[in-house]
Design a protein around this ligand. Structure first.
Ligand code: ATP
Ligand code: MG
Length: 374
């Protein structure tokens, strides 16, 4: 991170680095005029050097800043100072969703409690004509109170400027694009097939990416994986995802159906509107979660591509659980997993929950009633 505490960017005083991604570095800062904390995302100099690109970005950022929703991070403005361009936004103390997904996935109730507001945020953005284009766990913050805030609406357009709408790519071109996207934007594992191949991207692309996120939330694994960008592209374009119920025992059928419908390759065959996804998720929350069955015997035939685990026991919703934090809001995120499949072992079954829970700790086995709202 190139800015240190105390540096002033116009009226903003940098307090601490928060992290860095493909589109710049993020800092916690203080707006000295209003005396409030903000987050500033300093964009790489080359990103806005090209005037048409800058104009497109400003237009997109303007649309994103018009979004007013409790689950969308508020954009305060796009400013320039000391030769740097930066986005000033609401500071969200908390942790990104990718740091909160346990190795074997979340309990169904927990996943729904977080997924429904994400779906609501996306639905509201779509209604305002804004497509996110980069829905992934790293772009979802969860506050210490468990409130969800979706970040970076429309920012991906900057990175994907060259993936012009309507172009039909050959697989080789698409692969090259995916590789570039992977280099610049982190993992492309959440892209829709049409986005990864440079096709037309609309709200239904967000529906697909949301499906990838939800799949990962409940299973701890991504539906499409590959050792290389070519393999990932092939999986995205051709392979059907392994049904999540093959990874998690007693996953409600209804939830599986919703996830798989989000993940259909053909946008015409997916849910057409995020709002419908949200309504379906709310409905699934009310349907009973089956009581845990004894875990069936583990056999080598159960092994998935990662080969690391069999079906997991049912997870039920604990109304008492809230995401654990390690005060990550103040700590720079230095590491980024390139792939979640398989995840490295982070805990053993024998470990009990520590008094001050870390985000990756196993949850206490509280079997609670179903359908409770979080
Ligand atoms: N408004 C915010 N409030 C608090 N922390 C934030 C905020 N925005 C970003 N962060 C933190 O900064 C980190 C880096 O964000 P950034 O968007 O640059 O990375 P990314 O999402 O991993 O990559 P990408 O460039 O693909 O979006 C996030 O992981 C998060 O921890
Ligand atoms: Mg981001």
């Amino acid at each position: 991170m190139s800015l240190v505490a105390g540096v002033e960017l116009g009226p903003y005083e940098v307090l601490a680095p928060l992290g860095a991604g493909g589109m710049g570095e993020v800092y916690r800062a203080r707006d000295t005029r209003l005396g409030r904390e903000v987050a500033i995302k300093v964009l790489p100099a080359e990103v806005l050097a090209d005037p048409p690109r800058r104009a497109r970005f400003v237009q997109e950022a303007r649309a994103a800043s018009s979004l007013n929703h409790p689950n969308i991070v508020t954009i305060y403005g796009i400013e320039s100072a000391n030769g740097a361009d930066f986005i000033v936004m609401e500071y969200v103390p908390g942790q990104t969703l990718d740091g909160l997904i346990p190795r074997h996935g979340m309990r169904v109730g927990e996943a729904l409690r977080l997924a429904i507001p994400i779906a609501d945020a996306l639905a509201a953005a779509h209604a305002a004509g804004v497509v996110h284009r980069d829905v992934k766990p790293a772009n979802v913050m969860v506050t210490r109170q468990g409130l969800v805030k979706v970040l970076d609406f429309g920012l991906a357009k900057l990175r994907q400027a060259e993936a012009a709408a309507g172009q039909e790519d050959t697989t080789v071109e698409a692969e090259a694009k995916l590789t570039r996207a992977g280099t610049v934007a982190g993992t492309p594992a959440y892209m829709s097939p049409e986005q990864a191949s440079g096709g037309v991207v609309d709200a239904r692309s967000d529906v697909f990416s949301f499906g990838v996120v939800l799949y990962e939330m409940v299973t701890g694994r991504r539906p499409f994986v590959g050792g290389s960008s070519a393999e990932l592209l092939a999986a995205l374009l051709k392979e059907e995802p392994k049904p999540p119920s093959g990874l998690v025992a007693d996953l409600p059928k209804e939830l599986e159906r919703i996830i798989l419908r989000c993940l259909r390759k053909d946008p015409e065959r997916r849910f057409q509107h995020m709002k419908d996804v949200k309504v379906e998720l709310e409905g699934s929350r009310r349907s009973p979660i089956p009581s845990p069955r004894p875990r069936r015997a583990w056999s080598p035939g159960d092994r998935d591509a990662g080969g690391s685990r069999g079906p997991q026991p049912a997870r039920s919703f604990s109304p008492f659980w809230r995401p654990g934090f390690s005060d990550a809001g103040d700590s720079p995120r230095r590491h980024r997993r390139s792939s979640r499949s398989p995840r490295p072992a982070r805990h053993t079954a024998a470990r009990s929950r520590p008094t001050a829970p870390s985000s990756r700790s196993p949850r206490p086995a509280i079997e609670a009633t179903t359908g409770t709202s979080g």
